[in-house]
Design a protein around this ligand. Structure first.
Ligand code: LMR
Length: 397
């Protein structure tokens, strides 16, 4: 029966990790998948997470099922992180949150919700965007359109082109925005631009959807939510997919959240009841551990302060690596100006390297980066910096 099935292509990001693992070269460098590494090239469990896990081990008294959307404590903690502790959307009970298996699970819930309940609408994604966005929304049966985001010649955002494209969207269409640390470019809208985008969505009757996977990796947990919080003031309805893979380092626990904001409590509650129906037929109810860790940390002032510091340390190390990367490229004789890399936010840098250069980096130097030219800056260390920059200098020659 299976003889007619052909092999699927490898995933452009996770497939790269497999290739890297199979590479026997000892000096190989993995700057593919978005995983934070410390100065020793390791991804250890955050100490605040370890402490929370010790508490949970002691306190946990059942492995019984969670409810379909997870616990109310987790939902509230997620909302407070997104909107601020005393936000109107929370106090007015216009927000509902479902604990999802990772940020991808949240996006898939969003996709299914849109397809089943919002009719024949198009999802607008940025060009470029995270490699999995297309797959997730296509799998939900939704048509996609792209809006311009990046000007390769300037290595910068192209806000005018973005707005011009979004002006073409029809009322009811969904606009997917990256809450911060745009993946893959690392370039985010300014507050004025967020405001203009929110007004555009409101004026044209578009539904904003935020993919918020890197909160805390640009400037800080509160600061990074500025765009989303502007939208909550301007747009009455919103969808948000959160991930805690990166900011809590809980990658393999698959902990995320899908948050729906409605115009009022009644509409939000009714719409959210449909989200529960969708989750039930996909994964039934979520895995408990990762969300229990997040809830424990966010609801304990001491642990939260420790986590915020650990997050700041990750953010600062990445910033240091950006500066060092630009400096070392210069020192290796690279004449092309890479200073834009210091202005980008989050884990990634859109290097401008083309496909041939990306392939040569892998084949000739054991340096793995995503095909689009996206580099995971969080994988750079003082040890791999010179070999990395030497390899880049060679492929640019
Ligand atoms: C990435 O962009 O590298 C991460 O979000 C990991 C993934 O699932 O692709």
């Amino acid at each position: 029966m299976f003889e007619k099935i052909s092999a699927a292509p490898a995933d452009p990001i996770l497939g790269l990790t497999e290739e890297y693992k199979a590479d026997p070269r000892e000096d190989k460098i993995n700057l593919g998948v978005g995983v934070y590494k410390n100065e020793h090239g390791e991804t250890p469990v955050l100490p605040s997470v370890k402490k929370a896990e010790a508490l949970l081990l002691d306190r946990e008294n059942t492995k019984s099922y969670l409810s379909i959307p997870g616990t109310a404590e987790y939902g509230l903690a997620v909302q407070q992180l997104l909107f601020g502790e005393q936000a109107d959307v929370i106090n007015d009970k216009r927000a509902h949150t479902a604990h999802s298996p990772g940020g991808t699970g949240a996006l898939r819930l969003a996709g299914e919700f849109i397809k089943r309940h919002l009719g024949e609408v198009t999802v607008w994604i940025s060009n470029p965007t995270w490699a999995n966005h297309k797959g997730v929304f296509t799998a939900a049966g939704l048509p996609l359109a792209e809006y311009s985001y990046y000007d390769a010649a300037k290595n910068d955002k192209d806000f005018e082109a973005m707005v011009a494209d979004l002006e073409k969207a029809n009322a009811g269409d969904v606009v997917l925005l990256h809450g911060c640390c745009h993946n893959p470019t690392g370039i985010d809208p300014t507050e004025q631009e967020w405001q203009a985008l929110a007004e555009l969505c409101q004026r044209k009757g578009l539904l904003p959807m935020f993919d918020f996977a890197y909160q805390g990796f640009a400037t800080g947990v509160e600061e990074d939510a500025a765009g989303l919080r502007i939208f909550t003031k301007v747009c009455p309805e919103l969808l948000i997919a959160s991930s805690f893979s990166k900011n809590f380092g809980l990658y393999n626990e698959r902990v995320g959240a899908f948050t729906l904001v409605g115009r009022n409590q009644e509409e939000a509650t009714k719409a959210f009841s449909q989200v529960k129906t969708i989750a039930r037929v996909i994964y039934s109810n979520p895995p408990a551990h990762g969300a229990a860790v997040v809830t424990t940390i966010l609801n304990d002032a001491t642990l939260k302060a420790q986590w915020l510091q650990e997050l700041a340390d990750m953010r600062d190390r990445i910033k240091t690596m950006r500066t060092e990367f630009v400096k070392t490229l210069k020192a290796q004789g690279v004449s092309r100006d890479f200073s834009f890399i210091e202005q980008q936010n989050g884990m990634f840098s859109f290097s401008g390297l083309n496909k041939d250069q990306v392939n040569a980096l892998k084949a000739d130097h054991g340096v793995y980066i995503v095909g689009s030219g996206r580099l995971n800056v969080a994988g750079m260390t003082h040890t791999n910096m010179v070999p990395l920059c030497t390899a880049i200098a060679k492929v640019l020659d």
